[in-house]
Design a protein around this ligand. Sequence first.
Ligand code: FE2
Ligand code: FE2
Length: 376
Amino acid sequence: MDIKNRRKIKLLQPKKSTLYPSKILANDGVNSLNWNDIRYPQFHTFYDKMLSNFWRPEEVKMNKDNLDYKSASKNIQEAYKKGFGNLTAIDVIQTRMAKILSTVITDPSINACYAVAGQQEAVHTQSYSYAILDKLSRSEQNEMLRQAVQDEVAQNRNSLVVKVLEELEDAYRLYILNLMPVEEFAKYLARGLVAMSVLEGVNFYSTFMMFYYIQHRYGILGGSVSIVRYIHKDEFQHTYLNGHTHRALLTDYKLSPEEEQEHIDWSLNFIRENVKREIEYGLDLFTTINVRPSEIETYIHWLGNVRAQSLGLPLPFPDYPYNANENPIPWMKAFDDSRLEAGQKQDFFETTVTQYNQAKAENTEVKVEDLSQLKF
Ligand SMILES: [Fe+2]
Ligand SMILES: [Fe+2]
């Protein structure tokens, strides 16, 4: 392999006539950025929303939370360790993946969005360490993090997403060494974005649900739940960021009809299998605290449908609720997705590029009064 043949990225290109690359992975623009005039305007909204979410874990007071943890039952302590242990692992993955995306995407506005998303992922990981700082000894903390990754149900849940993201990393290396053409890399990136949408848009959610349940049922761990709420708000944005990057990618790098069908089939099967595994994971997690949540199946299937729509895909579960504005779980209505508006409700693969034009991302926050409607 001759390193001289690597793909060269020109940082500034004064002789070019357009401000931006012609495609999100191309390198044929001057390479500057005017946020008032970007190729895909919805990324401005995602960028603004992510920045307005800015938070630091240290702002959350943990004194009572630490006492709550120490006086909680062994079961709750176990569930806490499993939950935060696994969220840490998947946020570590996302810190890295957001960085790869911000490196490989040459469109400066999308690149900036992933730079901010990556910063948020790093804060998420740090926030779990902050939450356990005075609850567990150093060796217990490390044990918690090891066990969460080694847990068999968690491994089963994480393994499909991890495999696709590892393939994306491998493809990325070949691509930057010019050993893979951009059209080929775009296919790996498209699959990677589906996997990231599942990771951030499905795989966090039964754990979120469990933390809300503990607070509702026992009125404890308010500090940890505040952290979960901050993270929930961020992930909410990331999942739409991934969905729209997937749409932009396939707008710029159009697949042939056969490739398109293959990608749709692969994506829907991937979402279906991951939803199944997330439900198994969630049920296992709730079993730790001796609760069987009757709503988890509906909730996670609905998330699978909503995430597919954000990616521009057809519904993977047409028999389940799919309206993003109508969260099927009453007590979680505060988390309603309200952004699948305009062209977004249509299947991307059946629409023209001109319909792909806008997004509205409203932040919502869980309200304490909504938690009272929690039913299990
Ligand atoms: Fe995260
Ligand atoms: Fe995220």
